[in-house]
Design a protein around this ligand. Structure first.
Ligand code: BG6
Ligand code: MG
Length: 215
């Protein structure tokens, strides 16, 4: 394929906010007395805030009204944003920074495709506000990953067909979304070994020999 654009998931690919998601959900689950651990947390990767809450509440022994669920999601998000507030540009790893800069120098179109409604705040915290050519996030979609909507939106904003873009993901739901949308997918982290991905990366810089063969 001729790769002209790259669409990155945000949480777990560009930055390690996935740990903050875990801490914030864990605090909520503990308060409610609902069993929740890191293994169960991996089911939440890539899926929307409300879908994540539903997965947590599956282990609850009572039912919750829509208004109660809204309040629980807001409680988690307030704690999560408090943790995000501690992030600085120093939280962007050297590997991620160097990779983004090399891709930018090579003239590739770069976008974000994230389920998170906190995407603008996170990009601002880590000093990447305005860096990407396109940002599609949880606030401009109606269907969360594994639906491909957010990646198709990002490709549209980049002005490229899906077949000319690579999606980079750390979540199984995100790999599925990419493949369903017609994108080639590079997987890392939690989803590194997902067989639906075309490439399996140990770090983001593993993209460079794929898209810049002369690198
Ligand atoms: C994704 C995360 O990027 O965003 C999920 O992988 C999270 O774990 C989702 O639930 C929604 O995030 P937010 O910031 O809108 O609550
Ligand atoms: Mg992710």
């Amino acid at each position: 394929m001729e790769c002209r654009g790259i669409i990155f998931d945000l949480d777990g690919v560009i930055c390690s906010t996935d740990e903050y998601h875990y801490q914030a959900w864990k605090a909520l689950a503990d308060r409610l007395g609902i069993p929740f651990d890191r293994e169960r947390n991996s089911l939440l990767r890539g899926v929307s805030r409300m879908a994540s809450l539903e997965i947590i509440l599956e282990r609850s022994d009572r039912s919750w009204s829509a208004a109660e669920k809204e309040a629980l999601a807001a409680e988690k998000n307030a704690r999560y944003r408090e943790l995000l507030g501690r992030m600085t540009p120093a939280d962007l790893s050297g590997d991620v920074r160097a990779t983004l800069e090399a891709l930018r120098r090579a003239g590739l179109r770069l976008g974000i495709g994230s389920s998170s409604r906190n995407t603008p705040y996170i990009l601002q915290r880590i000093g990447l506000e305005g860096f990407f050519d396109a940002v599609a996030d949880g606030s401009c979609i109606t269907r969360s990953k594994p639906d491909p909507e957010v990646f198709l939106k990002a490709a549209e904003l980049l002005g490229l067909p899906a077949g000319d873009c690579i999606v980079v993901e750390d979540a199984h739901a995100g790999v599925e979304a990419a493949v369903r949308g017609g994108f080639a997918c590079a997987a890392l982290g939690d989803a590194r070994d997902d067989p639906r991905a075309r490439w399996h990366l140990d770090a983001l810089s593993g993209l460079l020999p794929i898209v810049l063969p002369a690198h």
